[in-house]
Design a protein around this ligand. Structure first.
Ligand code: ZN
Ligand code: ZN
Ligand code: FE
Length: 759
């Protein structure tokens, strides 16, 4: 019996080799029909005997190309026409483009084989790619995704490349960045002064320079890296000095996982994440006694490691280095450099040489950073390899723009039931980062072919993102409270909409009452929220200075706990009498000492109290170090007190601080104190959730905010919450920190807009 079916497929199905895959599958199963790209994705009509058709349908759902993903697969019946051959038909044009662009990805196994095969015409060609791999988002200038709308427009294909491009049986059928040594981009080596360095083989020469201890600026996929040999201690130190980066860890890149496991203790799930086509930086536990320079990640138990993701990386690393430091090509706080002239101007004081190429980067994309806890990967920074993958929201709705917060900025645009969160942009206080923020909004609007009908922003009036939103004329503005946005971000990522308890623990965010929040128990959904409980307030002596100096926070908590007679802790001997007097005055007179319920500040204070970190050189450093020193297997904890009426409870940390100080005075070591503190925070979260559940009857909990990037806290609290009967939502593909705020804002704006439309 013959049948004919029509299949409509949506998702990431264009520019990823989907049509040749369908074509090959059809030939394998001996079915007739055709496939074409339309504005929404791919349409297939297929006919043949029922057994063959069943095999074909199974294969095109389960064996899809590595970069493809299917979000909709609709099947309908048609009368058979007797078609027995299968064809790829020309795309339907003239319609609005809805198909999605794929992220930039690694070098696939087939391309890697060709890269190292002396008989292949692309042997050692640094720009080899195919429909299953290579650059995408970073080179796209407009839609639809076709070569003229990418930076590959600068190169015209030679006859051999064009033949592959036109051949449905080729792995390079319609591979837009297709290139070879005869027709494609080339690498060049320059001196720090920008002069060409004569060499027949810039890559081999670069390897030699790296081995000699030189610092190279290397143009990659989404920007420049600064690279040095990670085993060369003197060079790593010199890079730190020139980059003006005292302590923040450098990322490493190794050729394969065999190399990685010689200096880290990577678990199977981490190995899988390292080797995935997204190729994020993965945080891995260091192995003692490795040959990697100790200055790569000072005071840190982890290395951030990635595997090669461009042919240039493969060629530099194979058989040459255990690991290269590959840190983003910028001075601290500046955005990663991605344009050649700009990169040379900015990096010439850091790099000795530049390994550059002539394929333009259209969009700056940093490396993504991921961490595995409880066997589950969670992104700390979502960028290359993940963007512009979208999130499916619970329902369809109007186009809205979420402009995010200020630190770790991202933006979010929605279209239909999809939400697209941009790559990591950075700290908007920096002017160049702000320019990058504006161009990202323009670019994503163009690529998604949308115009926002509303814009959502933070309550904070001084954020650059808030100012940007206020400059958008003619569309409604939705101010969104920071921690409500965190809650909504977690709901949206999990495609949930119901009323949920939000435990939102982070650094700082402006509250609805004008105070700075950050240790919050909220009850809410995408429309609105109530604040059911929070950590008690404390002053931040010096405002922003107290964020940079955990010792100030430690002093403020001590003063609030003990009053005039402070316990004789070593911390106090590290503060001068003048400093102590100044902090006291600021706090008692409320001078430049904004009140906060921040949980991040409490972590900072404890890090200073145990003698770990008085002043930080990057955000979140104190809390990270506190987590890393915690003793394993410690079960003790410190008490909290809870005050206030039934519906607004206030968690008093004074008993915790007293018990913690008693431990310190009794000589309990910092590792145990840290572990006990983490246990106490987990107990505080579970207790707070129980109170919220009693008040509301709600048992679904969302955990969000930067504090939840703490793996120890997560691993402690998750089983306890589940044992207590809660359903727990956490982040995985959206960062728990402010990188996720834009998604939450967009989800809230959509809910409010639809509520207005219903009125
Ligand atoms: Zn490939
Ligand atoms: Zn060619
Ligand atoms: Fe936050």
């Amino acid at each position: 019996m013959r049948l004919r079916k029509r299949i409509e497929i949506e998702g990431v199905v264009q520019g990823v080799g989907f049509r040749p895959f369908v074509h090959q599958t059809a030939q394998r199963w001996g079915v007739g029909g055709w496939v074409l790209n339309d504005s929404r994705g791919v349409v297939v009509e297929v006919e043949g005997p029922i057994e063959c058709l069943a095999g074909f349908l199974w294969a095109i759902r389960s064996d899809i190309p590595p970069l493809a993903s299917i979000s909709r697969f609709d099947l309908s019946d048609l009368p058979p026409t007797g078609e027995t051959t299968f064809a790829i038909r020309a795309s339907q044009s003239g319609q609005r483009v809805q198909a999605r662009i794929a992220p930039d990805t690694y070098v696939c196994a087939d391309c890697r084989r060709e890269l190292f095969n002396p008989a292949d015409r692309r042997f050692r060609y640094p720009f080899i790619n195919c429909t299953n791999c290579g650059p995408r988002y970073s080179i796209v200038t407009a839609v639809p995704y076709d070569r003229p709308n990418t930076t590959m427009v600068d190169f015209s294909m030679c006859t051999a490349c064009q033949a592959e491009y036109d051949d449905p049986a080729s792995r390079r059928f319609h591979a837009q960045p297709n290139a070879c040594p005869d027709c494609g981009p080339q690498v060049r080596l320059l001196t720090a002064g920008g002069e060409p360095l004569p060499t027949d083989d810039p890559l081999a020469t670069s390897v030699g320079l790296l081995k000699q201890g030189c610092i190279l600026a290397i143009k990659g996929l989404g920007g420049y890296h600064l690279a040095v040999d990670a085993e060369n201690d003197a060079t790593v130190r010199e890079l730190r000095r020139r980059k003006v980066r005292d302590e923040k860890p450098f990322a490493l890149m190794s050729y394969d996982t065999d190399a990685v496991v010689t200096y880290t203790r990577a678990e199977p799930e981490e190995i899988r994440l390292l080797g995935g086509f997204e190729r994020p930086i993965v945080l891995l536990r260091q192995k003692m006694g490795s040959t990697i320079s100790a200055v790569v990640a000072p005071n840190n138990r982890f290395f951030g490691v990635m595997l090669p993701y461009t042919p240039v990386h493969e060629l530099l690393l194979k058989d040459n280095f255990l690991a290269l430091v590959m840190t983003s090509g910028n001075l601290s706080d500046e955005p990663i450099a991605f344009e050649d002239a700009e990169a040379i101007a900015r990096l010439k004081h850091i790099a000795d040489y530049f390994l550059i190429h002539n394929r333009r980067i259209h969009t700056r994309v940093d490396d993504s950073i991921s961490r595995v806890f409880h066997g589950k990967a969670a992104l700390l920074r979502r960028s290359r390899g993940y963007v512009p993958q979208t999130f499916t929201l619970a329902e369809s709705g109007p186009v809205v723009l979420g402009v995010g917060a200020e630190l770790k900025s991202t933006i979010c645009l929605t279209r239909g039931d999809q939400a697209c969160v941009s790559q990591h942009i950075g700290d908007l206080k920096n002017e160049e980062v702000y320019a990058s923020f504006c161009s990202t909004i323009r670019h994503l609007q163009q690529v998604l072919d949308v115009v926002p009908e509303a814009v959502a922003h933070d309550l904070h009036p001084d954020f650059q993102s808030t100012r940007y939103a206020q400059s958008c004329v003619g569309i409604p503005h939705f101010p969104v409270q920071h921690h409500h946005a965190h809650l909504a971000s977690c709901l949206a990522e999990n495609a949930e909409t119901g009323i949920t308890i939000g435990v939102i623990l982070d650094g700082l965010g402006l509250g609805s009452d004008g105070n700075i929040w950050g240790g919050e128990f909220l009850l809410g959904d995408l429309h609105s929220f109530k604040r059911l409980g929070h950590l008690d307030l404390v002053g931040m002596p010096g405002g922003d200075a107290a964020v940079r100096e955990p010792r100030r926070m430690a002093f403020a908590y001590l003063l609030a706990t003990y009053g005039d007679t402070l316990p004789p802790l070593p911390l106090l001997s590290r503060l001068s009498a003048e400093e102590q007097t100044a902090f006291r005055q600021m706090l008692s007179r409320n001078l430049n000492s904004p009140l906060t319920s921040s949980c991040g500040r409490l972590f900072d204070a404890v890090a200073a109290l145990v003698g770990l970190r008085d002043i930080v050189s990057y955000e979140g450093q104190a809390a990270l170090e506190l987590e890393q020193i915690a003793a394993e297997g410690e079960e003790g904890e410190y008490p909290f007190a809870v005050q206030g009426e039934a519906e607004t409870f206030v968690i008093d940390w004074r008993p915790l601080l007293q018990a913690l100080v008693d431990d310190l005075l009794a000589g309990v070591d910092a590792a145990r104190v840290s572990a006990r503190f983490h246990n106490s925070m987990a107990a505080m979260i579970v207790d707070g959730c129980r109170r919220c559940a009693e008040i509301s009857g709600v048992t679904q909990v969302a955990l969000s905010g930067g504090v939840f990037q703490n793996a120890l806290l997560m691993e402690t609290v998750l089983p306890q919450l589940r044992d207590a009967g809660f359903k727990v939502l956490t982040h995985a593909l959206v960062p728990a920190n402010d990188g996720g705020i834009s998604l939450g804002q967009a989800a809230i704006a959509r809910a409010r807009l639809s509520a207005i439309h219903q009125c």
